[in-house]
Design a protein around this ligand. Structure first.
Ligand SMILES: Cc1ncc(COP(=O)(O)O)c(C=O)c1O
Length: 362
């Protein structure tokens, strides 16, 4: 029996990509802000309803470079309940991540705990819209203004998410996206920084290209984080299918909501009415006592049946030795990381597969 994976990449019909590849072969321009790279940046600005987009070769380099562009020094407040790249990007900039516990309902950084973690060394906040669910953006903005802090959102999961009809990517100073193959929208590997001003975009465009100001002038210590033409073309073709893919993900989520919504001991993540979500993940949270089985027991049962659910995010970033401090505890994040299991969700998940998954859970 085939394995049912937690996600499956969104692949556009091959014949739609072929003309783009033929054109790239004709142009013989493979990278360095080529034709399709520019087209994709423009198309994403329009689709996401944001002012400026700078494409990157992955989301991690987008975050590293976004932080670098702001010339930060000192401590950066972030969440332990995220993928490790969030903390690594802070660390790679010589900044110190300071972790703050999460909100038990949104699983995002608890804005109510941020202020207590601010010191005179704090320079920025890096909140994460975990599973694509918006953070408490208004509260974070108010704190940032009060304490003169930069806010760089790790929006790796939040492609296309809106709150009250507005893109969540327009909050803060900068937001980053990941276009990894496992994400709802992908360029195979890839990412972007969403900017508010042309100056920010131009600076990021230089930083991702070694810091070249002009042919013979290097103005900053840049890196190579460029997206190539083949991936940009893939991104353009995929963009034509993203609405349909999100709709189909929504269909999978509706099935899970219906079947698991009232199961004792299982908590689901449900968007508020003012949020248009991308259904990029479907986490369930198991209360062992009420459900009668632990998260790990359910994980193993699914695995024995070739269903590869994932424990996003377990362990916590602060459980890795690199980021661990015995003086700090994150009770809410700890509990959630021990309860979470992300169920398979993607555009091609069949009803048969969904029934199999739910049948094993119940
Ligand atoms: C929250 C978060 N931040 C950053 C990243 C890094 O993105 P990428 O894999 O494109 O480097 C990921 C990737 O999974 C992520 O989940």
């Amino acid at each position: 029996m085939d394995k049912i994976t937690v996600t499956s990449p969104l692949l556009p019909p091959l014949e739609e990509l072929t003309p783009y590849l033929e054109d790239i072969w004709q142009r013989k321009w493979l990278t360095n802000s080529g034709h399709y790279h520019q087209e994709l940046e423009a198309a994403l600005c329009e689709y996401l309803n944001v002012p400026y987009v700078s494409l990157f070769s992955n989301g991690t380099l987008a975050l590293i470079t976004a932080l670098q562009s702001l010339g930060l020094k000192g401590e950066v407040i972030t969440t332990p309940y995220t993928f490790v790249a969030t903390a690594h990007a802070i660390n790679w900039n010589g900044l110190t991540p300071v972790f703050v516990d999460i909100d038990p309902d949104t699983y995002n950084l608890d804005a109510g705990h941020i202020e207590a973690a601010i010191t005179e060394r704090t320079c920025a906040i890096v909140p994460v819209h975990v599973y694509g669910m918006p953070c408490n953006n208004e509260a974070i903005e108010a704190l940032a203004q009060k304490h003169n802090l930069k806010v760089i959102y790790d929006a790796a999961h939040a492609f296309g998410v809106t709150e009250n009809g507005q893109s969540v990517l327009n909050y803060g100073d900068l937001s980053i996206l990941s276009f990894h193959a496992t994400k709802a929208y992908s360029t195979i590997e890839g990412g972007a920084v969403v900017c508010k001003t042309l100056e920010q975009k131009e600076q990021l465009d230089k930083l991702k290209n070694f810091g070249f100001e002009s042919e013979s002038v290097i103005s900053q210590c840049g890196i190579n984080a460029k997206l190539n033409e083949v991936q940009a073309a893939f991104g353009l073709v995929t963009l034509k299918h993203i609405d349909d893919a999100i709709e189909r993900r929504k269909g999978v989520a509706s099935f899970y909501y219906e079947k698991l919504g009232s199961v004792e001991g299982i908590k689901l993540l449900t968007p508020e009415d003012n949020i248009s979500w991308n259904y990029s993940y479907f986490p369930i949270f198991i209360d062992e006592t009420a459900f009668g089985k632990s998260r790990d027991e359910l994980f193993s049962l699914l695995k024995e049946n070739n269903i590869l659910a994932r424990k996003y995010f377990y362990p916590l970033v602060t459980d890795f030795e690199l980021y661990h401090s015995s003086e700090q505890e994150f009770p809410c994040a700890k509990k959630v990381s021990e309860q979470v299991l992300c169920l398979p969700i993607h555009a091609d998940l069949s009803t048969e597969d969904m029934e199999l998954i739910v049948g094993l859970i119940l």
